[in-house]
Design a protein around this ligand. Structure first.
Ligand code: ADP
Ligand code: ZN
Ligand code: ZN
Length: 752
């Protein structure tokens, strides 16, 4: 409240002005408008409230957000208009979140309104009454289904009834979307007295009852970390480096309990796809109704509902993917980021924020604890810990039952020498047979990221590389050539291997489908489940396949890396990694890091039960340090080698790499624009930034838009951001490039 500001010293009257951003859902720019605060509003108006203001020449009334209140205006104070009305009784965006939006605007070189839009689930009706559909007469409903089930005409209506019978009272908009129907079957059912509508506030209703998940007594190592988190005053982020199953989650749970006992709130971030039933069961089982979940498939209304629960303190914990970092808790005590190495914490859409950075900033502002956890910390995070900027805690033993599985590396080149051209090595074949005969389950992983993108020799393992950049060439099937995505060099695909002369040149890309076919051929009586993008597209596909596997309805589960995450399958004794190389040659500097991560996470799935787990790692590069370190469960040795390599190559975390992408319909314009941008940067820069390009982007044309890119490299992240901000402001003021769209990717992990 700002009433105290109203009188200046000496009793002079002092005006207050509010900076208002018009309706967020309309606003794409950073236009803020000054309005005078009428006397009677001075004691009630607050930052973050919505107000009605007269707008434009016609003085049309529009809604807007108050983002700042001050006693000065640059505008002609004689012409300034008055705020007409305050819409909200209280502020929906706290001052803290508005400050966070300013921080994001600066850091992610974007507009303030796009930051506010990301923070606040705008567009949803704030009054938050929602239309629900429920069954008013269950007997009638069942009869209706029975009588009409064979009639095509009634199919939609029957689907509605079945859905509500299974899921209970459902939001109308959700029904329409999920079942892809119009309103008319609902109206028919209502007329028949089978269903009813009501308005209400959405309420999270768990589909299952959760059995209590009791506290474990922490083992000494866990206890030490727990105590340290509770007592340590330091503001540094905390990295818990603990192998899979070492009891990190149990520490989170108990620390959150402590945070709540201090009257504070907790946010837990999890990778997009790892909000698994196991995780939900544990948090629900420990905290019951104190915890709410968000996920990306939620409607805007459902998201708003969780937002309001956090705002009103109706829950103490919110768990969700990266966007949950913005939950408007008033008294934030901690933000925990589980599996902190995961790529999904970075947004590739504007604003291109990194949820870990945002979490650390929010914790700093709120004097809360940032906790990062992983079995395979990102090289960046571990480096921060090494430099003393993060506190680090290590857990190197499993907390519960089970021990780490034995890993075996299989050199696929030798298989070929032996005459085995199958994607299944002899050893893997043996172990699958053994596991099947022991009635154990098997998981086979294929890392599809980067599949079919690089070319190698199957005899000697040689990968076709760009000589200048030390990265593998990407294969372009259209035109049948190889291209370096760093420098743009092109080469035709060799007919024989330049290393050994063999003609077994292989385009990598054994997909899950292909492996499934082969496994079925080799083990005709095994029950096989496949899980990848194609089989999990439906809303429950992912969870259903995993449930079926958990219930032992299949012997072998084949999948992309997504199945490696956060699941506990007690009967799995064997994990096979079909081609560890695929992630290794993913063309960017993170190839080794991803490979280590993938193998470790995958291995973590084996032998959760009795500790006799086994992992078979198939590779064409059996001497690779990342693969060897992963097989030895030795993160630190992997990290040390990878750090030194990156230091020599000048890759992150030893440098920062930004990509400026320019897109436009005209074939020349985006390139021209980048040349101009290049000039602007060169003029602003004191010589710290290395500029590469401009060159064609990896995908040089999308939907008839031409794409070019400029790569900027620098040792100082902050400095490069400030130069880019200035350059993009300067560029925006130039005439003649309104049809070119420039986008800056900061430390992006995908190559553009
Ligand atoms: P992480 O999160 O590091 O993978 P979890 O917290 O999931 O590890 O713990 C792995 C298993 O060990 C779980 O089944 C959990 O219930 C059990 N566990 C965790 N802490 C303890 C403990 N102190 N004593 C006994 N079992 C524990
Ligand atoms: Zn060769
Ligand atoms: Zn190159």
């Amino acid at each position: 409240m700002f009433s105290g500001l109203y009188l200046k010293k000496g009793g002079d009257k002092c005006m207050l002005y509010a900076k208002v951003i018009p309706d967020l859902s309309l606003s794409r720019t950073d236009k803020m408008f000054d309005y005078e605060v009428p006397f009677e509003m001075i004691s009630t108006l607050d930052i973050g409230m919505r107000v009605k203001v007269p707008f434009g020449a016609g003085n049309r009334y529009m809604e807007g957000y108050v983002v700042d209140i001050c006693d000065k205006t640059d505008f002609d104070s004689g012409k300034i208009k008055l705020i007409a009305k305050i819409t909200d009784k209280e502020s929906f965006l706290s001052k803290e979140l508005i400050e966070l939006a300013w921080w994001m605007k600066k850091r992610y070189i974007t507009t303030f309104s796009s930051c506010l839009n990301t923070i606040f689930p705008s567009g949803a009706d704030i009054k938050n009454t929602v239309k629900f559909v429920f069954i008013s007469d269950a007997e009638k409903a069942n009869k209706y289904i029975e009588e009409n089930s064979s009639k095509v005409k009634f199919r939609s209506a029957i689907n509605v009834l079945k859905y509500i019978l299974e899921n209970g009272e459902t939001e109308q908009s959700k029904l329409l979307k999920e079942l892809n129907i119009s309103l008319s079957p609902l109206k028919t059912l209502e007329k028949n007295g089978i269903i009813c509508f009501k308005n209400g506030r959405r309420n999270y209703k768990p589909k299952y009852d959760f059995s209590p998940y009791n506290k474990h007594i922490l083992n000494p190592k866990q206890q030490k970390i727990y105590e340290s988190l509770c007592t340590e005053k330091s503001e540094k982020p905390n990295l818990i480096f603990g192998i899979t199953g070492s009891g990190k989650t149990e520490i989170y749970l108990q620390y959150i309990d402590y945070v709540i006992s201090c009257g504070k709130k907790a946010i837990v971030l999890v990778p997009e796809i790892s909000l698994t039933p196991l995780m939900v069961e544990r948090f629900k089982g420990r905290f019951g109704d104190k915890v709410a979940f968000t996920h990306s498939r939620m409607s805007q209304g459902e998201r708003l509902d969780v937002w309001l629960k956090a705002k009103y303190g109706e829950v103490d914990i919110v768990i969700g993917p990266r966007s949950a970092v913005f939950m408007p808790f008033e008294n934030l005590g901690t933000i925990i980021i589980d599996e902190e190495h995961d790529d999904s914490y970075k947004s590739e859409q504007n604003p291109k924020y990194d949820a870990i950075e945002v979490a650390i900033e929010r914790c700093r502002q709120n004097n809360a604890k940032a906790i990062l956890g992983s079995a395979t910390p990102s090289v960046k995070s571990y480096y921060m810990a090494e430099k003393g900027q993060y506190n680090i805690f290590t857990l190197d033993e499993r907390a519960g039952e089970g021990s780490l599985p034995k890993c075996e590396i299989i050199d696929m080149r030798k298989e070929i020498e032996k005459g085995n051209f199958s994607v299944v090595s002899d050893r893997l074949y043996e172990e699958i047979s053994k596991a099947l005969s022991e009635k154990k389950q098997i998981m086979l992983f294929i890392n599809r990221r980067g599949a079919s993108t690089f070319v190698s020799c199957r005899k000697c393992g040689h990968v076709m590389m760009c000589k200048r950049c030390n990265v593998s060439y990407k294969y372009h099937s259209k035109g049948n050539f190889l291209m370096c995505h760093y420098c743009g060099a092109k080469e035709s695909v060799p007919k024989v291997c330049p290393e050994c002369g063999s003609k077994y040149i292989k385009y990598f890309g054994a997909g899950t489908q292909k492996i499934e076919d082969e496994i079925k051929k080799l083990f005709p009586s095994a029950r096989v489940l496949r899980m990848d993008y194609d089989t999990t597209r439906g809303k429950y596909g992912h969870a259903q396949i995993l449930e079926a596997f958990k219930k032992r309805q299949a012997d072998i589960l084949i999948g992309t890396q997504m199945i490696a995450k956060g699941h506990d399958f007690h009967n799995v004794s064997l994990v096979g990694i079909m081609a560890a190389d695929i992630s290794l040659n993913s063309m960017d500097y993170k190839g080794a890091e991803r490979t280590f991560e993938l193998i470790t996470q995958a291995a973590g799935r084996a032998g959760r039960g009795d500790g006799n787990g086994r992992v078979i790692i198939q590779t064409y590069d059996s001497e690779n340090f990342a693969i060897k370190a992963a097989a030895n469960h030795d993160y630190v040795s992997f990290y040390n080698q990878e750090r030194d390599l990156r230091s020599i190559m000048g890759y992150p975390p030893f440098s920062y790499v930004f990509t400026v992408l320019s897109v436009g319909k005209n074939e020349q314009k985006p390139l021209e624009a980048l040349n101009v941008f290049n000039d602007i940067v060169s003029k602003l820069d004191n010589g710290s930034i290395t500029i590469l390009g401009p060159s064609e982007a990896i995908i040089s044309k999308i939907k008839d838009q031409f794409r070019f890119r400029l790569i900027l490299k620098c040792n100082d992240d902050e400095y490069m951001r400030s130069i880019c901000q200035k350059a993009s402001d300067a560029f925006a003021n130039l005439k003649g490039y309104s049809d070119v769209y420039i986008n800056i990717y900061m430390n992006s992990e995908t190559i553009i």
